[in-house]
Structure formats: C-alpha cells, structure tokens
Design a protein around this ligand. Sequence first.
Ligand SMILES: Cc1cc2nc3c(=O)[nH]c(=O)nc-3n(C[C@H](O)[C@H](O)[C@H](O)COP(=O)(O)OP(=O)(O)OC[C@H]3O[C@@H](n4cnc5c(N)ncnc54)[C@H](O)[C@@H]3O)c2cc1C
Length: 434
Amino acid sequence: MAWDFRTDADFQAELDWIRDVVVNQIEPLDLVKHEMSPESWKRATDPIKQQVQDRNLWAAHLDPELGGQGMGQVRLALMHEILGRTASAPNLFGNQAPDSGNSELLAIGANDEQKAKWLWPLLAGELTSSFSLTEPETAGSDPTQIQTTAVLDGDEYVINGHKWFASNAAVADFVLAMVVTNPDGGPYERASMICIERGTPGMNIVRNVHTMDHPFDGPGDQHLGGHAEILFEDCRVPRANLIGNPGEGFLLAQKRLSGGRIHHAMRWIGTCHRAFDMMCERAVSRQMHGRTLGDKQFVQDFVAESRTEIDAARLLTLHAAWHWDTYGAEKSRVQIAQIKYWGARVLYNVIDRSIQVHGAMGFSTDLPLERMYRIARNFRISDGADETHKSFIARRVLKEYKPVDGYPTEHVPTRRAEAEQRFAEFLDLATANS
Ligand SMILES: Cc1cc2nc3c(=O)[nH]c(=O)nc-3n(C[C@H](O)[C@H](O)[C@H](O)COP(=O)(O)OP(=O)(O)OC[C@H]3O[C@@H](n4cnc5c(N)ncnc54)[C@H](O)[C@@H]3O)c2cc1C
C-alpha cells in the first residue's frame, strides 16, 4: 500500500500510459541492453521515443515555450517516479541527465544565436551534452576554488585547466564548462559558463574514469558515456561561446542544479518501488525452515523500514515539488536539499535490503539490483555530497533562531517558572469551576 496522490482523470490516463510503456516495453529492453550494439538499441527504442513525442510527453520538464508541457513539479513528480523504475526510461522521455539540466541552463542563459545552435537541437534529441565543473585538484563541494581559466585573446577565449567526472563528455557534442574569467572578482563572481564543441583542438579527453557505475571500457559499456577526465591545453573557443555575461557562472550553475536534483529525487522513488517490489515478492516466495522468508522478523523489519522510508521520501519529494510550484525554485532550496540527501539515502538503503533478501542471487548480475546499487551509491556524492546539503539545511534552519540571554542557566528556570505559573492558574480555574 502506497500513499495515494490521485490526480485528474486526463493526467491519470497519461500516467497509466507511461507506466505501461516503462514496464512492458522499456524494462525488458533494459535487461538486455548491455548485449545490444548502440545501433540495435537505437532501432529498438526509436519507435518508443516517437510514441512519447506523438503523445506530447517528450522533455515534459520544460516550459511550453521550450517545447515542454509546463505541467508543474507535482505532476512531474508523479511522472518521474514511474520513469525512475528503469535507467533507460528518462532518456527515452527526453529527461536524461546531463542534457535536461543543460537545456535548462541554456534556456536561462543563452542568447538567440546560441539557442539556435545548441538548445533547440539538444531538445530535439539531435545533440548530446556534458556539464563540467569538478576538478581533481580542488574540492567540488566548494566550487569557488575552481582553477580552470578562460582568458580573452582578441575574439577568442583560451582555456587551460584540468577537469574530471564530466559525465558523457567523451561522447557529447558539446561541453558546458565552468571556468574562471574574472580572477579578481568576488568568490561568486569569478566564474563563467562556456560552451566547447566536440573536436575543438586543446579539449583533450584523457580517459573515462572507471567507477562503480561504469567500471569497464569493455563491450556492453558501449552505451555509456562514462565520466571523463579532460585536460584543456590552450583550447581556443570563440568569444561568442560564453553563455550569459562574464561572472554569471555561479548563478547559472545554481539554477541548473536545482532542477536536476528534484528530478533525480522523483526518479529515485520509482527505483525504490521496483527494488521494494522485488524484495517483497522474494519474501513471500522463498521457503525456509518450513515457512516463507517473509515470516522471519528480520525480513519483516526490512519490509517495514523500507515501506516507511519510501513513503516518507515520497511525501518529502511531493512536498518539495508543491513548494516549487507555489513559491518558486529559489525559495525551495531547503526542501530540494532535504530530498537530495534523504532520497539518496533511502534509495541506497532499500536496494541494499532487497539485495540482502535475495541472497546470492541479489549479488549476481542475473538481477538488476547490483547495478541499481552501484548507480545509487553515486547519488550520495554527485550533485553535492550528503554533508553539503545537510550543512546547507542546518545553516538555513539555525538562521530562524535567535540567541537567548543566559541560556540555559537563566532561560530554563524562567521557562519552568512560566509553566508552573500557568499550571497554578489552571488549577485555580478548575477549582473555581468545580
Ligand atoms: C557518478 C558521478 C557523476 C558525476 N558527474 C559530474 C558531472 O557531470 N559534472 C561535474 O562537474 N561533476 C560531476 N561529478 C562530481 C561531483 O559533483 C563531485 O564529486 C561532488 O561535487 C563532490 O566533489 P569532490 O568529489 O571534489 O569531493 P570533495 O569536495 O573533496 O568532498 C569530499 C567529501 O567531503 C565531505 N564534505 C563535503 N562538504 C562537506 C561539509 N560541508 N561538511 C562535512 N563534510 C563535507 C563529503 O563527505 C564529500 O564526499 C560526478 C560525480 C560522480 C560520483
């Protein structure tokens, strides 16, 4: 039993259609994706993309002027929790990271010429993109430290620096990189966002870093963009490739990341549901000591904890979505930070318990759980580590409180005296009324 967030009949029909496509068409394909060449994957999935576009559900997170539905975050949440059931669904619905966030960045910061060159083809699925902020030598959790520079030389910027973990950069048509253009500016005004097109001399892809989610460069990984390490060595790009004004890099990055984080959290609910369904099916099917696994109290604990954590994450996510729809993204940063770290933790916990209940089978690649687990681990780091979000929440919360003089030595007795006084008044009143 999950919480019931019923929506109107027309949108419910869309959600039912999305669920049918995800469960019956995409999930089975996803299981054999690693055995398919990119060409056969494209042949198999192009018809699904076409159906999505015909139904006006492509890139639904965007505003109508960008070709999206402008459906609001709550409806998006209901849609994305279905897409999150399987890794390929967001891609086939035009919502995949990093393209979705990059399209939002370009929509906010790009001029008409830049939109024609990069935004519209990106939205049409004709181009792919990457976002590159993180550097090996500086803490990604404090982007004011970034060192990669872009220095103006005539009508060109010359970029030098070292980046890594730029997802998809090795295969993307362009990379949006955060670079220092105003070294003498304040910490939040030093950086800008610049577009570097694939094949630009001086943008050298050193390697795809082998990670838990992309461990090999072997067959089967041919679909994966990977997380690239990049050396910029006197890389020259036209001045016209700067997105927004010099020094607006932070502003644009912040806007880009908010959307990405809330959509990730929405999809995690779907992944949780899938892992949870598998856990429960296994619990009621597997026989042990003359009973089912689900009769064991340890397993019941897994089921109860998971059900409750998923419901809590879902409520927090829907609340964040409602907050965004009601007050806007900027005023919803605490709610987004909450679901980013809490959602990632619940995702990790639920998949971990589901693997445990499946025993050796859960650890095997026969089931999608081990892959879900490897992908899930990254969400506690990427798009801001858990600690960064918790620290932000705590700082915002503590701002609401004022220091109390003499706390606790004077404050507590004063509060106690107030309480005793009120209690005495209550007793007097009760006696008078009796
Ligand atoms: C799978 C994956 C994909 C990624 N994709 C991209 C991408 O496409 N583009 C891109 O630019 N980057 C990407 N990243 C990088 C990611 O954004 C950074 O890893 C993240 O911002 C953390 O930066 P860092 O790795 O430099 O760790 P650091 O900043 O060095 O932090 C290390 C650890 O310090 C702790 N910490 C951080 N802040 C605090 C705090 N306030 N209080 C206490 N402890 C703290 C946390 O435990 C953190 O994990 C990706 C990362 C992963 C894992």
